[in-house]
Design a binder for this molecule. Structure first.
Ligand code: ATP
Ligand code: MG
Length: 656
């Protein structure tokens, strides 16, 4: 923990420091990936708290994912500013909704719908509209889009006609399914993910007394990844703020990847128009990635088009050179997965923690073959998107119920006759539909039961080690455990979609499946949609600190027709692919062959170990400086280790 408030500023460059010191009035940070936006706002909050300017409880920091929120809380604690709320829009809204529901509406907040797609299917069936699996998915995301853009069913056809998007089928039919879906939810008193924001906005709009109460609590707002704010989230933010302007937003228009949820970088890019007195700061130093990775990222952006691209800032790497990105062409998908798993296994064997490695793909369905390959290679992995225990919906709901019972204390008739702690917990959980016997079958209902059963066991263990502990002691214990789980843990290799990887970073990143059809994805048709796909690849590339691998497979299965082509986005960027926009060059020089490892290279030859440009004929043939070690992989691992300990020293973390 830094000793003084000023010491919190030590780890910042002059522009980041400007952000941290601008504690009053609106602030907007426009900057590319890896330039320390998240770091700047985290230090800004910590500095404000430590300097006694921002009361910790008055700050609400909004991040894009629960993981990012957890990391921010962990970092704030390390900087001596624990107790600040860092949440996603969704979790902040859910908390307020749970708290204010009894007062605003009465009764308990309706249950959250678990399987939205099933209910949409049911709604379609009621409308006598047949949908196959893909159509069902598309209609579901249309409904989500309509809700986040605050479009009611009756207005959907008009709204879709006005927007740039194509409806996946007759808009009138989608409007009808949407209306039926909303009705079904009301009938069963459930709410969906989007309702959480909609209802919170509704309550804050209709009830000035409640809005005042929220505004008295939160005085200062910080929003990360602001380029992806949806109209609904912006509305919520406006309601939280009221007529105040203590708002700090950071974002990168080139990383807008959630347009399909109605998100737009316009709020970020128009911030100054809306807040003429805003402090606007630009950051260009990239602290995350090597010059090699940054070079590729800049190259990708230089080919980008559209409004976001007009605001791009060339990144300048602050890191020592590292290895060139490795491009590998595989014959088929299983070979790609095996090749990737083999490389990862070697990295892990060389001492790189599995938690510092990620495999990123375009759609979640691609994970399966990588899960299999990693399991075969004996490498631990985890899927992003699968939630941690304390983040699961049922566990959070149970937490709220337990907290409520603890507050009510001895007056709660529910607890009558339950004299030791675990039976009190069982009694409270029974109000959440928990039974001591597991439900028949598997699936979501069983998963939910298992989570609550684990909570009961936790209470039993707690009661054993702490005889006489009360329900409020247990609630405190649960909060502490949840906070500890939020701390970034070093675990297996991360498997994640590119969308889920935003804001995160790893030493080694494998971008896989980079073929036309996947990247850009087949259903990206308009220019805008294709540009968003390019930004998605930019997000993927900029997740890598040191080692970046890009690969694709020419056919889906072994022996299949080699009909696939590498993504157009790498044209002119990967070696041997010709100038950008030129017609279909194949693998070409500089691209490794998945099986044989045949390498050829055109243009300036760089040392594969240290990245220096080579001029000596001998060195060029070897593709490495005379004094760089010959075993390419060994050298890479060595650099990874060095890199990591350098970083660890800087962050005061244990090295590996
Ligand atoms: P993204 O756009 O991907 O969210 P970002 O701009 O939020 O990126 P950060 O995640 O804050 O970037 O920072 C990227 C990396 O650079 C982190 O590891 C961070 O600790 C490091 N970093 C940022 N600023 C500095 C600095 N001034 N000195 C040293 N390291 C820094
Ligand atoms: Mg960030």
């Amino acid at each position: 923990v830094p000793e003084t408030a000023d010491a919190v500023l030590d780890g910042l460059d002059p522009e980041q420091r400007e952000v941290a010191l601008a504690l009053h009035g609106p602030v907007c940070v426009l900057a590319g990936a890896g330039t320390g936006k998240t770091r700047a706002i985290t230090h800004r909050i910590a500095y404000g708290v430590r300097a006694g300017i921002l009361p910790p409880a008055s700050v609400l920091a909004v991040t894009f994912t629960n993981r990012a929120a957890g990391e921010m809380r962990g970092r704030l604690r390390q900087l001596g500013a624990g107790g600040v709320q860092a949440r996603t829009f969704h979790s902040a809204a859910l908390r307020q909704l749970q708290f204010f529901w009894p007062k605003a509406v009465g009764g308990e907040l309706p249950r959250l719908l678990e399987r939205k797609i099933q209910l949409v299917a049911e709604a379609a069936a009621r409308c006598r509209i047949r949908l196959d699996r893909n159509e069902l998915r598309d209609v579901t995301s249309e409904i989500e889009w309509a809700k986040v853009t605050q479009t009611v069913p009756a207005d959907y056809p008009a709204a879709v006609a006005k927007s740039v998007r194509d409806a996946p089928r007759d808009p009138a039919e989608i409007g009808q399914i949407y209306a039926t879906y909303e009705q079904l939810k009301r009938d069963r008193s459930v709410i969906d993910f989007e309702d959480v924001l909609l209802l919170t906005v509704g309550i804050l709009q209709d009830r000035p007394d409640i809005a005042d109460q929220v505004r008295r609590q939160y005085q200062h707002f910080v929003v990360d990844e602001y380029q992806d704010v949806s109209p609904l989230q912006q509305r919520l933010l406006d309601l939280w703020l009221g007529d105040r302007d203590s708002l700090c937003v950071v974002g990168d228009a080139s990383q807008t990847i959630y347009s399909f949820t109605g998100a737009t970088p316009d709020h970020l890019l128009n911030f100054r128009t809306r807040h003429p007195n805003a402090t606007v700061v630009k950051l260009v130093r990239d602290y995350r990635s090597t010059p090699q990775v940054v070079h590729l990222a800049n190259g990708l952006l230089s080919q980008a088009r559209g409004r976001a691209a007009e605001h791009r800032l060339e990144l300048i790497s602050q890191r020592d050179p590292g290895p060139e990105p490795v491009y590998t062409e595989y014959a088929d998908e299983p070979a790609e997965a095996e090749g990737t798993a083999r490389r990862i296994r070697d990295l892990v064997a060389a001492g790189v923690p599995a938690g510092e490695i990620a495999v990123l793909y375009r759609v979640n369905a691609q994970s399966e073959v990588y899960e299999q390959a990693l399991a075969d290679a004996g490498v631990p992995y985890q899927l992003r998107g699968a939630e941690r225990f304390f983040e699961r919906q049922e566990v959070r709901e149970a937490g709220v119920a337990l907290r409520g019972a603890a507050r009510a204390g001895g007056n709660d008739s529910l607890l009558d006759g339950a004299d030791d702690l675990p039976s009190q917990v069982r009694a409270v959980l029974s109000t959440k539909g928990w039974t001591s016997e597991p439900p028949a079958g598997s699936g979501a209902v069983r998963d939910r039961w298992e989570s609550l059963a684990a909570l009961v066991r936790l209470a039993e263990d707690f009661a054993r080690v702490k005889p006489g502990a009360t329900l409020s002691d247990l609630v405190t214990e649960l909060d502490e455990r949840a906070a500890a789980q939020h701390a970034p843990t070093v675990q297996g290799v991360t498997l994640a979609s590119l969308h889920a990887a935003k804001g995160l970073e790893w030493d080694a990143v494998f971008l896989v499946g980079l073929t036309e059809g996947m990247m850009p994805i087949t259903y990206a048709k308009t220019d805008e949609q294709v540009e968003e796909e390019r930004r998605l690849l930019y997000v993927g590339v900029t997740r890598a600190r040191l080692h970046l691998s890009l690969s694709w497979a020419l056919s889906r299965s072994p022996g299949g027709r080699a009909s696939r082509r590498p993504t157009r986005f790498l044209k002119g960027l990967r070696p041997g692919s010709g100038p950008a926009g030129a017609g279909g060059a194949g693998g070409g020089g500089g691209v490794e062959r998945g099986a044989g490892g045949r390498r050829k290279r055109r243009g300036p030859v760089q040392c594969r170990v240290c990245g220096a440009t080579l001029t000596e004929a001998g060195a060029m043939k070897l593709m490495r400086c005379e004094d760089c070690p010959s075993d390419m992989d060994e050298a890479l691992y060595e650099r990874l280790r060095e890199w990591r300990s350098e970083q660890a020293r800087e962050l005061g973390q244990p090295a590996y």
